[in-house]
Design a protein around this ligand. Structure first.
Ligand SMILES: Cc1cc2nc3c(=O)[nH]c(=O)nc-3n(C[C@H](O)[C@H](O)[C@H](O)COP(=O)(O)OP(=O)(O)OC[C@H]3O[C@@H](n4cnc5c(N)ncnc54)[C@H](O)[C@@H]3O)c2cc1C
Length: 323
């Protein structure tokens, strides 16, 4: 484990982000005997550590996100991968044959390849109680957590396609789904609106917003404010799913790599970006579905493509030297 400040070390590959995509890339790269460093801003594991139970990772019936993250971290380290977590990148240069990045602690690293896996975050409501009940009744992922609310009465916040589609999908589990939306109309495709409106388990609270979450150990009720009248009511709920948008953690990459209008990294099928030797994987890339399995799959592809790139560029250098 690296914990020395002010280092200046060259790696074959540097991975930015230690969520499932980055840890998988680290496992594959270091297992291929490539000198690899993972740089991570938060604690190792990314969004996985926010979920108390992962029940849809094939081969593992049920595991906490924290445990799964630690197994992946151990695997990467076993193959020789260096990991630096809780650090902040100050400057990054993705151009040219040798890429570089410096951290705010003064460390400088260079590499021949970079894999970007900074993940993302769900847009929060930003109201009292939200942070306390994340994973304890408040969720941002129906595929991940829907099953935990089987037979329960839940709320869905949002009025776009994902809110309406996920509300319908949650009716497989929940006995009642109440959609809370701030406007009097939805910003979704007509078929999604019709499907939700016609569903017998779904009802609506319009022109309203959740302004506080309450409970002791787990979420028990919400305060809902009618945005026109200002009236606040308290309603009991077993769970609340928030679908008000997703934000990729790519602010530090603006102007450095091609992003789409939502800030997602644009990649080809081998996870390459438009820059030589630079790949991206996981929730930060432009794609529809975001899961641990998809992040792990992307991380695998990016690492294999980066390994191939490094192998070919080493072979080219040898040829040039011999000529
Ligand atoms: C509450 C919750 C529950 C979930 N439950 C499930 C589930 O049950 N099953 C499932 O399959 N999926 C679940 N998901 C989704 C899953 O966690 C994500 O799809 C997956 O973690 C994405 O992996 P990733 O590696 O792309 O990014 P992330 O997990 O987001 O990891 C990115 C990492 O990069 C770091 N980082 C960000 N910016 C920088 C930077 N500038 N420099 C350095 N490091 C940086 C972050 O600190 C983070 O550690 C859940 C998500 C949430 C929020």
């Amino acid at each position: 484990m690296l914990n020395v400040m002010n280092l200046n070390i060259h790696y074959d590959a540097i991975v930015i982000g230690a969520g499932p995509a980055g840890l998988t890339a680290g496992i594959y790269l270091s297992r291929a005997k490539l000198k690899t460093l993972i740089i991570n801003e938060g604690i190792v594991g990314g969004q996985m550590v926010l979920t108390h139970e992962i029940a849809n990772y094939p081969g593992v019936e049920s595991i906490s996100g924290y445990q799964l993250a630690n197994i992946m971290k151990k695997q990467a380290r076993t193959f020789g991968c260096d990991i630096r977590s809780n650090v902040i990148i100050k400057e990054i240069n993705l151009h040219g044959e040798v890429k570089s990045l410096s951290l705010v602690d003064g460390s400088v690293y260079t590499s021949n390849s970079i894999i970007l896996t900074p993940g993302g975050r769900s847009r929060n409501l930003g109201v009292p109680g939200e942070d306390s009940f994340k994973g304890k009744g408040i969720s941002y992922c129906a595929t991940c957590d829907g099953d935990f609310f089987t037979g329960k009465e839940i709320m869905v916040v949002g009025g776009g396609n994902s809110a309406l589609e996920e509300a319908v999908s949650l009716t497989k589990y929940a006995s009642k789904v109440t959609i809370v939306h701030q406007f009097g109309h939805f910003q979704a495709f007509e078929h999604a609106i019709e499907e939700a409106k016609n569903h017998p388990k779904i009802n609506f609270i319009m022109e309203s917003s959740i302004v506080a979450f309450h409970g002791s150990e787990n979420l028990e009720s919400v305060d809902i404010k009618h945005l026109k009248t200002g009236e606040i009511i308290n309603l009991k709920t077993d769970g609340t799913f928030v679908f008000i948008g997703y934000i990729p953690n790519t602010e530090f990459l603006i102007g450095k790599v091609e992003l789409n209008q939502w800030g997602e990294i644009i990649v080809k099928s081998d996870m390459s970006t438009g820059l030589e030797g630079v790949y991206a994987a996981g929730d930060s890339v432009a794609k529809r579905y975001r899961q641990v399995t998809t992040a792990v799959g992307d991380g695998t592809v990016a690492a294999l493509a980066a390994s191939n790139y490094l192998h070919e560029s080493k072979a080219n250098h040898k040829k040039l030297k011999a000529a």
